[in-house]
Design a protein around this ligand. Structure first.
Ligand SMILES: Cc1ncc(COP(=O)(O)O)c(C=O)c1O
Length: 345
């Protein structure tokens, strides 16, 4: 594939740092993971951070440390958001999306889709923020996503598609000392002190060489965020006048994704044209409630179901060039201009 919807940016400084870390005597459960935790906590303005093996693990830790019995979240998210809640024995309720933001409002677990910080609902305080897309994003009041001003904990993913990567990896931030201590034990077989297992726990450790990569990537975060914003701005200019729906502009977004909505009668053609042109044909997300695991029934959340039929992610990542963007726009324009095939004709 020529152009995936997302891709990591690894340079020679990252590679040198990881190579050096691999020749150290300690390659996991060492001091660099703690350094990375402190660096992320400082970057987002939270008191504490816990590094772990994935964004899913981060959600599992946060949900397990939460003193609640249920969550409410969006159907328009990665399955991980809900699977993690189920793994912590929480009941998970799904809701429909808003037609303009494509996010859900009355939730206790917001998902900052695309890197756009969610709008705080009037009804609930947030429990856990799923900020897998939103490292580097800022709320309208200037606080960073991750500062946990309105929530108990915030979870990040360092999957290669995200703002920064550690290969696989994740982080939870919190201002709650009790939750921090519980989450550290939960990722270490329930150990609060050496040789003392005091609660249930598994192994969600991040390695030292992943943390080294995380620190090296964090040093480049402004470069990544600036480039993503520049590319998003350029898509807005390039796609102006196209018969499609663009995302809302959000000044504080980390621009993890550039999602657009194609009229339903054109969506198949656009997908086919993308595949033919070597551009990934990706929907983020297919509704969870219509998946077999959640019952597989349509009709419950009409906004999200309409969105799923129209959504496509345009490539967006720091190493994408303006020529790549022109190519995507040309392929899209060609597909939109093509005559719609009438089925059976
Ligand atoms: C919104 C959201 N939440 C959670 C996750 C899970 O993160 P990970 O893949 O690092 O486990 C993802 C995945 O990429 C995601 O997009």
């Amino acid at each position: 594939m020529k152009l995936p919807y997302a891709r990591q940016s690894i340079n020679h400084v990252d590679i040198r740092a990881v190579t050096k870390a691999l020749s150290r005597p300690v390659i996991t459960r060492g001091p660099i993971v703690e350094r990375f935790e402190r660096a992320i906590a400082e970057y987002v303005g939270a008191r504490y951070a816990v590094a772990c093996s994935s964004g899913t693990a981060a959600l599992c830790l946060a949900f397990s440390a939460l003193d609640r019995e249920s969550i409410v979240t969006t159907t328009n998210t990665c399955a991980a958001t809900v699977m993690a809640a189920l793994s912590a024995d929480l009941e998970a309720h799904l809701v429909d999306i808003e037609p303009d933001t494509w996010q859900s409002l009355d939730v206790t677990v917001p998902v900052h889709l695309m890197g756009h910080p969610s709008v705080l609902s009037l009804i609930f305080d947030w429990q856990v923020e799923d900020a897998a897309h939103a490292l580097g994003a800022k709320f309208d009041d200037g606080f960073m996503v991750g500062s946990c001003k309105n929530s108990k904990a915030t979870c990040f993913s360092f999957h290669p598609s995200k703002t920064i990567t550690t290969g696989e990896g994740g982080m939870v931030t919190t201002n709650d000392q009790g939750m921090w201590e519980d989450m550290k034990a939960l990722k270490d077989y329930g150990r609060y002190k050496p040789n003392s297992h005091e609660s249930f726990g598994l192994n969600y450790h991040m390695t030292e060489f992943q943390a080294v990569l995380g620190l090296s990537q964090l040093a480049r975060i402004n470069e990544f965020l600036d480039k993503r914003r520049e590319l998003a701005t350029r898509y807005f200019a390039k796609l102006d006048g196209f018969p499609i729906t663009l995302p809302l502009w959000h000044d504080g977004s980390s621009w993890h994704l550039f999602l657009v909505r194609i009229p339903q009668e054109k969506r198949k053609e656009v997908g086919k044209a993308f595949e033919k042109a070597g551009i990934q044909n990706q929907v983020l997300y297919r509704c969870l409630h219509t998946m077999p695991f959640w019952g597989g029934k349509e009709g419950q959340f009409p906004e999200a179901e309409a969105y799923e039929k129209e959504c496509i992610a345009l490539p967006l990542y720091p190493d994408l060039t303006s020529e790549d963007q022109d190519y995507v726009a040309n392929v899209l324009e060609g597909a939109l201009e093509e005559k719609t095939t009438v089925s059976g004709a």
